[in-house]
Design a protein around this ligand. Structure first.
Ligand code: ARG
Length: 355
């Protein structure tokens, strides 16, 4: 165990659970602490190499040491796509994040470390109450481990024993003991009704809660974005994404996970979306800030064409408000229309790639 000298996304819900959550980064301090007696994940055990082939670590791209740079987890759901928590990617650019696949021991395993090409954060992620805490990362190149199956069924999974996995803090008192070796623990899924009675409106159909009433086993800071899996006839399925909790492993509280099955459409649509066809305004096959410039220029020339053909000529196509005349009011409407179209394009199409 060693204190990780880096930024790990942290989140502590305050006691009123007014929906306010602090997902900001926590600066760690450069002390080291060895404590063999400290429990793992919280209350977990060491994973063996190959146990969870599809788990990945999110690493700050500027930090070459995998252990120091790890700040969240994720799960491979296709050779070039990772699902994680939106609070892990919020405010970040693709170039800020690397994905490390195929490791159990962050200090000693080599694995495959690849850059992120694109972040597709859930469009309705709410950073205050962490509703819709899900994000997808497209990798710059595919990695070799087998991706995980995702849960798509309607089952609540209440009472089922789930496995939580990650390289997050193993010390429930927030003394920041980060393991080199991947940790795992088993926790039962509880009902959303019970979870809502504790965390209020932060719990939606898109939430899945798990843990023990007495605490003791839980995910913690640094586990976010990583998997909660359930056994199936043939292996494992990803049912949850580590999101938040009040402290870690506290009695009376549970871990909150994003319920993956709720987001099947968002996941499928995002993996199949043609980002280039939608957003490549300058036709160079790369989506970046140059496309915003090009798209704005397209809007300007559309406006000029309309002015020449419809406005200056006083033609029917110039009477946008249908009041029988072509006036500056119509010009204003045309300008609004083009501006709105640009903003829609930004929201729907523009998912910038790492430069
Ligand atoms: N928000 C944390 C992270 O960013 C995960 C916290 C999980 N907490 C819990 N009690 N289950 O790593």
């Amino acid at each position: 165990m060693q204190l990780r000298k880096t930024l790990v996304t942290t989140l502590t819900l305050t006691f009123l659970f007014a929906g306010a959550a602090d997902a900001g980064p926590l600066k760690r301090f450069a002390h080291e602490r060895i404590d063999a007696a400290t429990p793992k994940i919280i209350g977990g055990t060491d994973a063996q190499p190959g146990d969870w082939p599809w788990i990945v670590a999110l690493i700050q791209s500027g930090i070459s040491d995998n252990f120091q740079g790890q700040f969240c987890g994720g799960t491979l759901i296709a050779p070039d796509w990772v699902v994680t928590a939106a609070h892990c990617t919020d405010g970040k650019s693709p170039g800020d994040i690397d994905v490390l696949a195929g490791v159990t021991d962050l200090k000693n395993d080599i694995g495959e470390r690849v850059a992120v090409k694109r972040i597709v954060q859930h469009p309705e992620f709410n950073s205050r109450n962490l509703v819709n805490d899900i994000s997808l990362l497209q990798l710059s190149s595919p990695v070799s481990p087998t991706p995980a199956a995702t849960d798509v069924g309607p089952e609540t999974h209440e009472g089922e024993l789930a496995t939580i996995i990650g390289w997050g803090d193993t010390d429930p008192t927030f003394r920041n003991d980060f393991p080199f070796i991947l940790q795992q623990a088993e926790v039962p899924v509880i009902s959303n009704t019970l979870c809502q009675s504790i965390y209020g409106s932060s719990i939606t159909n898109g939430s899945l809660c798990a843990g023990y009433a007495d605490g003791g086993k839980d995910t913690c800071q640094g586990d976010s974005g990583g998997p909660l899996v359930l056994p199936t006839a043939t292996g494992w399925e990803l049912a949850g994404i580590t999101s938040f909790g009040n402290g870690c492993a506290q009695p009376g509280f549970y871990g909150v996970y994003t319920r993956v099955a709720t987001y099947e459409t968002y996941i499928d649509d995002s993996l199949n979306f043609d980002y280039v066809a939608c957003a490549d305004a300058n036709g160079d096959s790369v989506i970046n800030a140059d496309d915003i410039t090009a798209h704005k220029a397209d809007g300007r020339s559309e406006l000029i064409t309309w002015i020449n053909n419809c406005y200056k000529t006083g033609s029917a196509c110039g009477d946008l408000n249908e009041d029988g005349q072509v006036t500056r009011a119509d010009l204003f409407l045309k300008w609004i229309e083009i501006r709105n179209a640009h903003n829609d394009w930004l929201a729907v199409c523009w998912t910038p790639e790492a430069s």
